[in-house]
Design a protein around this ligand. Structure first.
Ligand code: PLP
Length: 420
């Protein structure tokens, strides 16, 4: 007598239902399972919805998009043009051009006292966006937890989820000037915590980390042996005497820190798509591997333009920061006068006023303001639930537009308060 068996080779003989393909267990149709679960679970960017509405309107003042209103400095554009004219139209090294890496190593050492070996500790990426993606993909295993402050930049949660990790938000509030509370960070640590993800100066709040808080967070990372991803894309846009210190420069941090940066904001180069990652060679080697197979190299001419930005862009940064600073004061004072509480952002180019006094949610405020007064702002919830009760306003726009936006927002708020 034959014994029924479940060994794969014998299934046809012993399980008659297998002979009839219609009896196979039903799978849901492809249309309902075509996207990977980790992609499906990530919502579309909350910012996009407003841009869709905005695209249908005219005479809109946009405080929505987070990019400089300045064009790239002319000598930087010229360097890019010259590069193309010289036939620099080929792949660069996977790491990026050695000239740019050397200049960047020098620049970071001069500004922050952190030394990276340009031959194996710096990778040039396609913007800070790619830097984030390759950094988390190279270092996270499925289920690894990453603690991040919230509200935070829209891409952080998705990037961690796409990499198989688990984002763990730590709420920051206006009452603590949106600085991360070290005690809350420590309380969020579990045996699965692999890393912290920091972004100071912060998008969307404009917050910076007071030095004593930054020191304490570094001590926590060392004590719990955590990796730290630090997105320092706004490092050059700081105001009112704030002194930026690189996370990697703090005691015990260099060997556990992955620094991400970009030319996009400080040099008004968003469209060129040049960023970078710096990390100890053992870590960078893994990050390079992901970059190498997925991207190969950032555009060569764009890297040549970025090199020129490092060489000659300091006066341009000073000029733009001076203007952002004036606009920052105008907007923050304006919001407080209107009755929207706004703490003083000391970095980036965003104000993050509280709008709860209007009785509206962030979403309602942004949508109604756009429809009634043609001013685009981004609801705080686009940056996580912790952003509820706030809207993000980018002040990288002309003073004239900011003044007009304040008049319109003032009218809108007065109507809401009058109705309450
Ligand atoms: N990180 C932060 C905090 C940002 O605000 C942005 C852009 O807004 C990026 C990264 C991505 O910048 P890019 O890819 O243009 O360098």
């Amino acid at each position: 007598m034959t014994t029924p068996t479940t060994q794969p080779g014998n299934r046809l003989k012993t399980d008659p239902s297998i002979l009839n393909s219609e009896a196979e267990p039903e799978r849901p149709p492809l249309s309902t399972r075509v996207l990977a679960r980790r992609v499906d679970e990530v919502p579309r960017s909350g910012i996009r919805r407003f841009f869709d509405i905005l695209a249908t309107m005219t005479d809109v003042i946009s405080l929505g998009v987070g990019e400089p209103d300045f064009d790239t400095p002319p000598q930087v554009v010229e360097a890019g043009r010259h590069s193309l004219a010289q036939g620099r139209t080929h792949y660069a090294s996977n790491y990026g051009t050695i000239e740019l890496r050397r200049a960047l190593a020098h620049h970071l050492e001069r500004l922050y006292g952190v030394r990276y070996d340009p031959t194996e500790e710096i990778l040039i990426t396609v913007g800070g966006s790619e830097a984030l993606d390759v950094a988390v993909r190279a270092t996270l295993d499925p289920g690894d937890e990453v603690i991040m402050h919230e509200p935070s930049y829209v891409s952080y949660r998705p990037a961690v989820i796409f990499a198989g990790g688990v984002p763990v938000g730590v709420k920051t509030t206006i009452d603590e000037d949106f600085a991360l509370d070290p005690a809350k960070v420590e309380a969020a640590i579990t045996p699965r915590t692999k890393a912290l993800l920091l972004n100071y100066p912060c998008n969307p709040t404009g917050a910076v980390l007071p030095p004593e808080v930054q020191d304490e967070i570094a001590r926590i990372a060392v004590r719990h042996d955590l990796l730290v991803y630090t997105d320092e894309i706004y490092d050059r846009l700081v105001y009112n005497g704030y002194q930026m210190r690189a996370m990697a420069a703090l005691p015990g941090m260099r060997r556990r820190t992955v620094t991400m940066g970009s030319f996009s904001k400080a040099y008004a180069m968003t469209g060129w798509r040049v960023g970078y990652v710096c990390a100890p060679s053992e870590i960078l080697e893994g990050i390079l591997k992901v970059h190498q197979y997925v991207i190969m190299s950032a555009a060569t001419a764009a890297q040549d333009a970025a090199l020129e930005a490092l060489k000659s862009g300091e006066p341009d940064i000073a000029r733009m920061v001076g203007q952002y600073d004036r606009r920052r004061r105008l907007l923050v004072d304006g919001f407080n006068e209107i009755g929207l509480r706004c703490f003083e952002p000391r970095g980036a180019f965003y104000a993050f006023p509280q709008i709860t006094s209007t009785g509206l949610t962030s979403d309602q405020f942004a949508e109604q303001l756009l429809r009634e007064e043609s001013v685009a702002v981004v609801p705080g919830t686009a940056f996580g639930e912790a952003g509820e009760g706030h809207v993000r306003c980018c002040y990288a726009t002309s003073e004239a537009e900011l003044k007009e936006a304040l008049v319109r927002i003032g009218r809108f708020v007065a109507r809401r308060k009058g109705a309450a």
